[in-house]
Design a protein around this ligand. Structure first.
Ligand code: 13P
Length: 275
């Protein structure tokens, strides 16, 4: 069933686990993740990058995700990831997202507060809750990292904006790490104590398992996996024998690859058997 962000994260808060949020790009990545979610009886978030809303692909992908969610017997949230601005967010409403993220983390603090607060109001009028970001989670290719999220600032940000979930900068980045990241677990616990809402960890691909588990213990309730979904899919695409050309048959192994990857993360995050 299709559920909202608040609902799915409240379940995680009660059970002290994290909901995996997988970035999806096409029907096959959706199918792979849903296979794993159903088999593992796990709540999942299917999220789509903002640029697919900006460039139009999300218009075709949204009906696939909505069908997957409506026909599933586990809770599924349809989320716009790193919503870049009002245009993308308005499209997310139109295409049926049950949850939105606005990412103004690269802007000055006051501007981040103002835009995020405005999106929270707009989303509330559509019955949706919002993920914001404080402390810009960059890419593994960036020359330097932003300042890590400050707990007191997180409290102020949550109070002023009304976000339901907060993405924080505690040592992760997007992409394939050149060497394993080292998360500031104490900071996660301090932010959680100050902000008192579910926290989100971006850049989930390649974080060592024990750090993921420590982060969940400290208060992370949503973990994003993008790059590794792509590799789980593409590694299989490149391995399929060229004699298989009927695309539905060709896609069987890539779908299975995504499903196996998602099943592993569902177990790791403690989300298995929760739905
Ligand atoms: P990775 O691509 O590093 O897994 O990060 C995904 C993400 O955080 C999406 O918002």
């Amino acid at each position: 069933m299709l559920v909202g962000l608040k609902e799915i994260l409240e379940m995680a808060e009660e059970g002290s686990y994290a909901v995996p949020a997988f970035n999806v790009y096409n029907m096959e990545t959706v199918m792979g993740i849903m296979q794993a979610a159903q088999e593992k009886r796990a709540p999942v978030i299917l999220q789509v990058y903002s640029r697919l809303f900006a460039q139009g692909e999300a218009r075709f992908l949204a009906p696939v995700i909505l069908e997957a969610a409506h026909s599933a017997s586990v809770p599924v949230c349809f989320h716009i990831d790193h919503g870049a601005g009002k245009n993308e967010i308005m499209r997310a409403f139109r295409y049926g997202c049950s949850s939105v993220m606005i990412d103004a983390s690269a802007q000055e603090y006051e501007e981040n507060v103002a835009l995020t607060g405005e999106i929270v109001q707009l989303a509330a009028a559509n019955g949706l809750a919002v993920e914001g970001e404080l402390g810009h989670v960059g890419s593994v290719n960036d020359a330097s990292m932003d300042e890590f999220t400050v707990p007191e600032e997180a409290r102020d940000f949550v109070e002023k904006t009304g976000v339901a979930a907060l993405a924080v900068l505690v040592g992760t980045a997007h992409g394939r790490y050149k060497k394993p990241p080292k998360l500031d677990i104490q900071r996660i616990a301090d932010i959680k104590a100050a902000a008192r809402i579910p926290l989100v960890l971006h850049g989930g691909s390649g974080i060592p398992d024990e750090q993921i588990q420590a982060a969940i213990k400290a208060g992370i309730r949503k973990i994003n996996f993008g790059t590794d979904v792509c590799y789980a899919f593409l590694d299989k695409v490149f391995a399929v024998p060229r004699e298989i050309y009927a695309i539905d048959l060709f896609m069987k192994e890539p779908v299975a690859g995504v499903s196996a990857f998602a099943a592993g993360k569902i177990e790791l995050l403690g989300a298995a058997g929760r739905a």
